[in-house]
Design a protein around this ligand. Structure first.
Ligand code: FAD
Ligand code: UDP
Length: 386
């Protein structure tokens, strides 16, 4: 019946499924345990008619022309003319994040700000991106003072909330995602394309999966249809020799037999207000020195639904994933110990010559959407060339 089975209808699974079906004429079965497609990118209209992102704010951003163009076959875009912009609420004052020269000039008197700007540009060059952990190592006491301000007011508490650890205890690649910008660039991302699918992410995925060669079963945990034996994979009790692409958590596929892979999860608290605006036009405000939640997203500004009546927001409360019913693993915790555990599970998966691991969970990585699309396209090409 099928040439390939894709487990998970998130962005990784949906892209690979479409490419196998369209480019390779393969019959693809997609199994998705949630009741909907789209994985963590899923969006829906709330009770007030506002399109909300069920699993936290998702902004598509990329510099990869091929990725943008491939997705554009399934959606038009609402592109942000001035990029996605974020501010941090620091004791009631809103400052641009990533910290950049605009932020510097807001915090220091002109003369001192000019002097510090010169030091920063001399040290790193105008336009450079300096990870906070690197900035803290600078030899110049004044630069280290700025670094300390940024560390204490932007990174320390937010990171403690998000990861349960301080910035120096986590992988520097994580805080390096939001570097200090030695420029007057207030954009959160520096990518050329930034925005959201015009009709929402879910519609984009629905079009992607709408193909005569693709069958999608939502509400179906793959483990109810598939068995991963020592040397073969069974579908409904019969040997399946086509390719199996797995995008779920790898430890859970093997009943966590070596122990759980650690993840951070989030609790989302949605609120609707019968008022035009909640945070003064800002789509995302990070709470970097106060509160138990990390950030507030106001959807009408994020997705340009300015005409909507009322406004809906979401607050994100991080916690350690335990695997309890209903919890979702969102973020792999990148460190050597966890990577070693992941490698043990990967060895098990490698017993199956026809199984491929793809995605943020299955690869235990911190991928953005565009990286996921790219990896899925490359995997599809590899499979189609065999
Ligand atoms: P997922 O979306 O997790 O999809 C995996 C799917 O597999 C899920 O639907 C799951 O239900 C299913 N599954 C798992 N196990 C099974 C099983 N046994 N049987 C059947 N189905 C199964 N990226 C950006 O580029 N920009 C952003 O602004 C951005 N914001 C983010 C905000 C938050 C709060 C989070 C958590 C992530 C954000 N991301 C963002 C990252 C983005 O969500 C990921 O890159 C992307 O969702 C990864 O896609 P995926 O298909 O690998 O994983
Ligand atoms: N971060 C922070 N303060 C901020 C923004 C980010 O401390 O205002 C740190 C925090 O550790 C976070 C990491 O930088 O987990 C990466 O931020 P990003 O916005 O990329 O996280 P995501 O949107 O993936 O949750």
């Amino acid at each position: 019946m099928y040439d390939s089975i894709v487990i998970g209808a998130g962005i990784a699974g949906s892209v690979v499924a479409r490419q196998l079906a369209e480019k390779g004429n393969r019959r693809v079965l997609v199994l998705e345990k949630r009741e909907h497609i789209g994985g963590n990118c899923y969006d829906r209209q709330d009770a007030y008619g506002i399109l909300v992102h069920e699993y936290g704010p998702h902004i598509f951003h990329t510099n990869m022309e091929d990725v943008f163009s491939w997705l554009s076959a399934f959606t038009q875009w609402t592109l942000y003319e001035n990029g996605h912009q974020v501010v941090a609420n620091v004791k009631g004052r809103l400052i641009p994040v990533p910290f950049n020269l605009n932020t510097l000039h807001m915090l220091y008197e002109k003369e001192q700000a000019d002097e510090l700007e010169k030091k920063l540009t001399d040290a790193y060059g105008y336009g450079s991106r300096v990870p906070i952990m690197k900035l803290r190592e600078n030899q110049d006491a004044q630069i280290r003072e700025i670094a300390q301000y940024v560390y204490e007011n932007i990174f320390l508490k937010y990171t403690m909330k998000q990861w349960g650890q301080t910035p120096d205890q986590i992988s520097p690649a994580v805080t390096g995602r939001v570097p200090v910008l030695i420029s007057y660039d207030n954009r959160y991302f520096q990518d050329q394309y930034q925005g959201v699918p015009r009709d929402g992410f879910t519609k984009m995925f629905a079009r992607m999966l709408d193909h005569p060669k693709i069958t999608v079963n939502t509400g179906t945990d793959a483990t109810t249809r598939l068995e991963f034996g020592e040397d073969q994979i069974l579908l409904d009790g019969e040997a399946f020799t086509g390719s199996v692409i797995y995008t779920g958590a790898l430890d859970e596929l093997y009943q966590c037999k070596y122990g759980r892979l650690p993840y951070r999860s989030l609790r989302f608290e949605f609120q609707h207000f019968a008022q035009e605006d909640f945070q003064d036009g800002h789509s995302v405000v990070n709470y970097t020195v106060s509160e138990d939640f990390t950030r507030i997203t106001e959807f009408k500004h994020l997705t340009r639904q300015e005409d909507a009546n009322g406004t809906t927001i979401v607050k994100e409360y991080p916690f350690a994933y335990t695997g309890a019913e209903g919890e979702i693993p969102y973020y792999a915790i990148l460190n050597a110990k966890n990577q070693a555990l992941y490698e043990k599970y990967k060895k098990l998966a490698q017993q199956h010559k026809n199984m491929y691991l793809l995605g943020r969970l299955a690869e235990y990585q911190y991928y953005n959407m565009d990286a996921m699309v790219k990896k899925a396209l490359v995997l599809a090409d590899t499979l189609l060339s065999c």
